[in-house]
Design a protein around this ligand. Structure first.
Ligand SMILES: Nc1ncnc2c1ncn2[C@@H]1O[C@H](COP(=O)(O)OP(=O)(O)OP(=O)(O)O)[C@@H](O)[C@H]1O
Ligand code: SF4
Ligand SMILES: [Mg+2]
Length: 318
C-alpha cells in the first residue's frame, strides 16, 4: 500500500531580476508503506528540496503531495500539527541539528511536549522506550550533545524523529558526515527500526553503496527531475539512463561484481536558473546525445519490469 504519492512536484526559488532557481522541476514518485525510497543524484539536483516539500518545510510551487491519500500541500493548522507527528526529518549534521544547551532527555521530551503529552511520567516512559530502541542506556539522558560521539549524536537525532511514532521519515544524508565506522551501524539501526515500527523512509544520499543497502526502490535525480527509477538490483545491474550509468561507474563498490565501467561524468551540473523544459537537460554532458535530445525533453517511461527511464536513446531501443 502506498503511503506517499508525489505528483508533478515543482519548486522554484525566485532570485534577482525576475529569475528563478528551478530546484525541483516536475517530479513524480511513490513510497510504499514500510519501505524505503532511495533518492540519489549529484549535489544541487534537488534531493533536499523534495524532502523538505514532503515534510512541509517548503511550500511547492506546483504539484500534489498525497500522504495516506490526502493532499498535504495546503493544510489547515490543526491538520498541519497532526502531520508534523506523522512525517519527520533527520538531517545530515547530527551535532548542528541538536540544541547544544539541552540535555538528551530535554531534546527527546520536546516533541512530546509540542504534541500535548503533558504528564511528565508518560514522557519519561516514552523517552526511556525510545532510548532502548536506539541502544543507548539511561546514563545518556543527562548528557549534552557535545559529550556524545558522532554516531551517538545521530542516534539521538533519529530517536527524536521516531519519538512521535511517525509513519514516514525523510533521512537527508544521515550518514554522509559520519566517520566510516559509524555509517554501517546507523544503516543497521534504521533497517531495524523500520522492521519494528513499519515506518517508511525517503533516504537521500550521494553514497550509492549506502542507498543500495537500505532501499526497496531507487529514484535517480538530475537537475530537478527523476531520470531513472526502479528496484535497486535492476537499477544497479542494468542501469538504463546514461546519467545513472556514469554515476555507477564513478562509484567504488566493495563487491567487485557490482563495479561497473562507463564514461566519466565531466563538468558541473548546468545552472538550474530559468531551466527550459524543451530539451534533455543531461544533453550537455551525455556522450550519446543526438539532435532529438536538444529538441524535446524525454519523459519517464517503462523500459523493463517495474523499471523506468527518461532518455530518447532508450526509447528507440525498447
Ligand atoms: N532557498 C533557496 N534559494 C535559492 N536556491 C536554492 C534554495 N535552496 C536550494 N536552492 C537551489 O536549488 C537547487 C537544489 O538544491 P538542493 O539543496 O535541493 O539540492 P541537493 O540535491 O540536496 O544537493 P546536495 O546534495 O548538495 O545537498 C540548488 O541549485 C540549490 O542551490
Ligand atoms: S535523452 Fe539524449 S542526451 Fe538525454 S540522456 Fe538520453 S541520449 Fe543522453
Ligand atoms: Mg541536500
Amino acid at each position: 500500500m502506498q503511503i506517499l504519492e508525489v505528483k508533478n512536484l515543482h519548486k522554484r526559488f525566485p532570485i534577482k531580476k525576475g529569475r528563478s532557481v528551478y530546484a525541483v522541476n516536475g517530479v513524480d514518485f511513490t513510497v510504499e508503506q514500510g519501505q524505503t525510497l532511495g533518492l540519489v543524484g549529484e549535489s544541487g539536483c534537488g534531493k533536499t528540496t523534495v524532502g523538505r516539500c514532503v515534510c512541509h518545510l517548503l511550500e511547492p510551487t506546483e504539484g500534489e503531495i498525497l500522504f495516506r491519500g490526502k493532499d498535504i500541500v495546503r493544510l489547515s493548522k490543526p491538520g498541519l500539527k497532526n502531520l508534523r507527528k506523522e512525517i519527520q526529518i533527520v538531517f545530515q549534521d547530527p551535532y548542528g541539528s541538536l540544541n547544544p544547551r539541552k540535555l538528551v532527555r530535554q531534546i527527546l521530551e520536546e516533541p512530546l511536549i509540542v504534541n500535548g503529552v503533558n504528564a511528565k511520567d508518560r514522557r519519561l516512559r516514552r523517552v526511556a522506550e525510545i532510548l532502548a530502541m536506539i541502544e543507548l542506556d539511561n546514563g545518556y539522558l543527562e548528557k549534552y550533545p557535545i559529550q556524545l560521539t558522532q554516531g551517538e549524536q545521530q542516534r539521538v537525532s533519529i530517536a527524536r524523529a521516531f519519538i512521535t511514532n511517525p509513519r514516514l521519515v525523510v533521512l537527508d544524508e544521515p550518514t554522509s558526515l559520519l566517520d566510516v565506522r559509524f555509517r554501517g551501524e546507523i544503516v543497521l539501526l534504521l533497517k531495524r527500526l523500520q522492521r519494528e515500527t513499519g515506518c517508511s523512509y525517503i533516504f537521500i544520499s550521494h553514497d550509492l553503496n549506502v542507498v543500495y543497502q537500505i532501499s526497496h526502490r531507487i529514484a535517480v535525480m538530475y537537475l530537478g527531475r527523476v531520470v531513472e527509477e526502479g528496484p535497486p538490483d535492476t537499477v544497479f545491474d542494468t542501469p538504463n539512463h546514461p546519467y545513472t550509468q556514469a554515476l555507477l561507474a564513478a562509484t567504488l563498490f566493495p563487491d567487485p561484481d557490482q563495479r561497473r565501467t562507463g564514461f566519466a561524468l565531466k563538468g558541473e551540473v548546468p545552472s538550474p536558473v530559468n531551466l527550459q523544459n524543451d530539451q534533455c537537460n543531461f544533453a550537455s554532458r551525455c556522450p550519446s546525445a543526438r539532435d532529438v535530445c536538444f529538441e524535446s525533453s524525454p519523459k519517464l517511461r517503462i523500459v523493463g519490469e517495474d523499471h523506468y527511464s527518461a532518455c530518447h536513446e532508450q526509447e528507440s531501443n525498447t
